[in-house]
Design a protein around this ligand. Structure first.
Ligand code: NAD
Ligand code: UDP
Length: 352
């Protein structure tokens, strides 16, 4: 474990991590633990497995962290957690994230994501915990008029999932306006990919993946036959969609940087930053990079554009660098290498 301890009272105070068993949450737990921070996890395992937490603990060689299995909409449980634990701040990952599902079941998304966040904020307010780092998304930029995308670009959403992120951003903005003591970071993630380099934890989507890299990984491991590339006629260099893929370990580090900046009071109490690399890659570039590192051929066919997809989306990450001293360190090779390492070592994900 790293001996770098950015938090002064690491032995007595804790960070509550909602959704800590999930993809980004589990990688963030590793970064917190290796920085001497004690995480407390709440997760209902709706989209994850307790196995990810067991693996985080074994990876970090840490004393097991505290887990509360349950739902962030359960006010009684939240009250118990904040009463039993000395919590200094919250990293809020818990939420549903499947765009298509959000179109079919909007109320479930509003209830879980928006309703759950309100319950969480009420509990924090009641227990005088006023620091929160929130998982927002580049989806709040809708179809950007230009790239790279800066934080002050107009926001819009084209599906209920995106609207939950916009609504939560508004709720947090209102909260801070009412009481500026609240320390709030809106971290707008671009496209998280890859896995911990150990191959011990990684992304484990249910069923057929919606996202590009997990889909490619499953083709490479022989579980899916071929990749459908959604659109070859976008106004991009090779006609396929361009995204800002960011290694999940870099993303996880961004959360530690945000907490540290709040603790050291080196940033304003309300901040909104992009977490991306600043570099876009096309679908075909990702396919070819994955083929290079894995030695596997990825069969693909071109298919129609996917509804709601934009041609190009990549971040200007300069503000995160300036405010948080954070920048992405890992490139496309590491992203594909670590995604493949995880997938090939765990073809069934956390199931074995
Ligand atoms: P994930 O599904 O792997 O993790 C979310 C975790 O929250 C899961 O462990 C799930 O069981 C838990 N959860 C969901 N609802 C809950 C509830 N009501 N109570 C308790 N636990 C609950 O997703 P992820 O990829 O790790 O994403 C984490 C956050 O980041 C989400 O809010 C997501 O919207 C956001 N985000 C993700 C991406 C991405 O591409 N992965 C991009 C931008 C933003
Ligand atoms: N994509 C694709 N085939 C797939 C999944 C994704 O061609 O099976 C493309 C998609 O159209 C987009 C890029 O890959 O251009 C990234 O898609 P992903 O769903 O991973 O992220 P998002 O759309 O949220 O940016």
């Amino acid at each position: 474990m790293s001996v770098n301890h950015p938090f002064n009272e690491t032995r007595t105070t804790s960070v509550l991590v909602t959704g800590g068993a999930g993809y980004i949450g589990s990688h963030t737990l590793v970064e917190l633990l290796s920085n001497g921070v004690r995480p407390i996890v709440i997760d209902n395992f709706e989209n994850s497995s307790p196995e990810s937490l067991r693996r985080v603990a074994s990876l970090c060689g840490s004393e097991p962290f505290t887990l509360y299995e349950g739902d962030i909409r359960d006010s009684g449980l939240l009250d118990r957690i904040f009463s039993e634990q000395k919590i200094e701040s919250v990293i809020h990952f818990a939420g549903l994230k499947a765009v298509g599902e959000s179109v079919r079941e909007p109320l479930r998304y509003y209830d879980n994501n928006v309703g759950g966040t309100v319950k969480l904020l009420e509990a924090m307010q009641a227990h005088d915990v006023q620091t929160i780092v929130f998982s927002s998304s580049a989806t709040v930029y809708g179809d950007p008029h230009t790239t790279p995308i800066k934080e002050d670009f107009p926001r819009s959403a084209v599906n209920p999932y995106g609207r939950t992120k916009l609504m939560i951003e508004e709720i947090l903005t209102d909260l801070h306006a009412t009481d500026p003591k609240w320390k709030i970071a809106l971290l707008r993630y671009f496209n998280p990919v890859g896995a911990h380099p150990s191959g011990v934890i990684g992304e484990d989507p249910n069923g057929i993946p919606n996202n590009l890299l997990p889909f490619i990984s499953k083709v490479a491991v022989g579980q899916l036959e071929e990749l459908s590339i959604f659109g070859d006629d976008y106004p991009t260099p090779d006609g396929t969609g361009v995204r800002d893929y960011i290694h999940v370990v870099d993303l996880a580090r961004g959360h530690v940087h945000a907490l540290r900046a709040f603790q050291k009071e080196t940033v304003p109490n309300f901040l909104t930053v992009n977490l991306g690399t600043g570099r876009g890659y096309s679908v075909l570039e990702m396919v070819h990079a994955f083929e290079r590192v894995s030695g596997k051929t990825i069969p693909y066919e071109f298919a129609a554009r996917r509804a709601g997809d934009v041609a190009t989306c990549f971040a200007d990450p300069a503000l995160a660098n300036r405010l948080l001293g954070w920048s992405a360190q890992l490139g496309i090779e590491e992203m594909c290498r670590d995604a493949w390492n995880w997938q090939s070592k765990n073809p069934e994900g956390f199931k074995r």
